[in-house]
Design a protein around this ligand. Structure first.
Ligand SMILES: Cc1cc2nc3c(=O)[nH]c(=O)nc-3n(C[C@H](O)[C@H](O)[C@H](O)COP(=O)(O)O)c2cc1C
Length: 367
């Protein structure tokens, strides 16, 4: 038995309030998401360049991605055996963001979570489906903008909200100065000068208060899920004490047998220590957190020429970017962890071994 309460999103219920965060490119596909759902959690497939494993990818990037979304949702649902929930993470910054959302919702995704930008038009994209939708926000300001736009434009509010803090992996919704204030430039946020450090818990509480007030005005319940650096059961309980109804965890799921990344990628996580984590600038236009390697060291010296453009991002000029993010993420997930980009959360240095999703979920649930 776990002391955690189920995550209730309207009529959709996950027995455990644990969402496995979407990880692109190809780190969280149907195998991982299905395994998490099978344990009663919420398994999330990242749609970012999801077709990269298919033979038709380079000839038809958009079509291949859309076919892969359907394929991976089906796979995850089959693995889950009807337990838990299966959903997708779609980056707003993607050129084909709208098509990814529509295809996922029409393919039976239980939930659609959108980050890396403000998903101002998300309600319209899932109209006619029963997919539950959530924006990822890192500030009260972003939450206010989205709520206002959805209320006036679509007369609805989010079904749930994901708050992503400065210790998360992948792209971060913060300016570099803010990450410094939260002391998240390297791995740790708990230093001797902690008292001097801006505490992200205050922002979490403010966002939850805003969401609860908005929900009360419309007579609804909007669960809030907290993400970024959550490592164990104690961290989950802490998030619940702040008022969250669930958590989203990503990095810990990389070190599972079921994670869709290569063995080399998982080993890079096991080898990484806190001091190996770096904040980088991404062509997406946001900072990101990744494990240091030859690629990042080379980047400090200059740029990597972009030789092929897959037109993955809505706003990207191949002539002006220091590297192609799609190319580097695909290299990494396939196993070239020296030359690829290995995204990671701030606490991955604490991961010691690869376990099954069943074992990890039991540990996180406090069983
Ligand atoms: C390898 C990796 C890839 C990620 N890719 C995405 C992504 O494509 N889209 C997104 O919204 N978040 C992405 N994230 C963020 C996670 O979904 C999650 O919210 C965050 O990492 C939680 O922090 P944690 O890793 O410390 O648990 C990624 C994180 C990691 C570690």
């Amino acid at each position: 038995m776990s002391d955690l309460r189920p995550l209730v999103i309207g009529e959709k219920i996950a027995e455990l309030p644990i969402i496995q965060g979407g990880m692109g490119v190809g780190v969280s596909l149907g195998r991982l998401a299905g395994a998490v759902a099978k344990e009663g959690g919420v398994g999330i497939i990242s749609t970012a360049q999801i077709g990269f494993y298919r033979d038709d990818f380079l000839g038809d990037v958009k079509g291949s991605n859309l076919r892969a979304i359907k394929e991976q949702i089906e796979l995850a649902k089959n693995i889950s055996g009807g337990k838990g929930l299966v959903g997708v993470n779609v980056m707003v910054a993607l050129d084909d963001y709208k098509d990814h959302v529509r295809t996922a919702a029409e393919s039976g995704a239980d939930v659609v979570i959108c980050g890396a930008g403000l998903p101002l038009d998300l309600p319209g994209l899932v109209a006619g489906t029963d997919a539950k939708i959530a924006p990822i926000v890192s500030s009260v300001r972003a939450a206010r903008i989205i709520f206002k736009k959805w209320k006036t434009g679509y007369d609805r509010l989010p079904d749930f909200v994901v708050i992503e803090g400065p210790k998360a992996g992948g792209h971060l919704g913060f300016k570099l100065e803010e990450l410094e204030e939260y002391c998240c430039m390297t791995g740790t946020c708990s230093t001797a000068e902690e008292a001097e450090i801006r505490n992200y818990d205050d922002e979490i509480k403010a966002i939850i208060e805003f969401v609860n007030e908005s929900a009360a005005e419309t007579g609804t319940n909007i669960p809030v899920v907290v993400a970024g650096g959550i490592f164990d059961h104690e961290d989950i309980c802490h998030a619940m004490e702040l008022g969250a109804s669930g958590v989203q965890i990503a990095s810990r799921f990389v070190a599972t047998h079921e994670c869709d990344a290569s063995e080399a990628y998982k080993q890079a996580y096991l080898s990484a220590k806190e001091e190996d984590l770096r904040i980088i600038k991404s062509p997406v236009g946001m900072p990101g957190r990744a494990i240091n390697n030859a690629f990042l060291e080379g980047l400090a010296e200059g740029s990597y020429k972009v030789t092929r453009c897959l037109k993955c991002l809505a706003k990207c000029n191949p002539a002006q970017i220091p590297y192609c993010i799609t190319e580097r993420l695909i290299m990494a997930v396939k196993g070239d962890v020296d030359n690829g980009l290995v995204f990671s959360g701030a606490n991955s240095g604490r991961i010691e071994k690869i376990v099954s999703v069943h074992e990890l979920m039991a540990e996180l649930a406090g069983r």
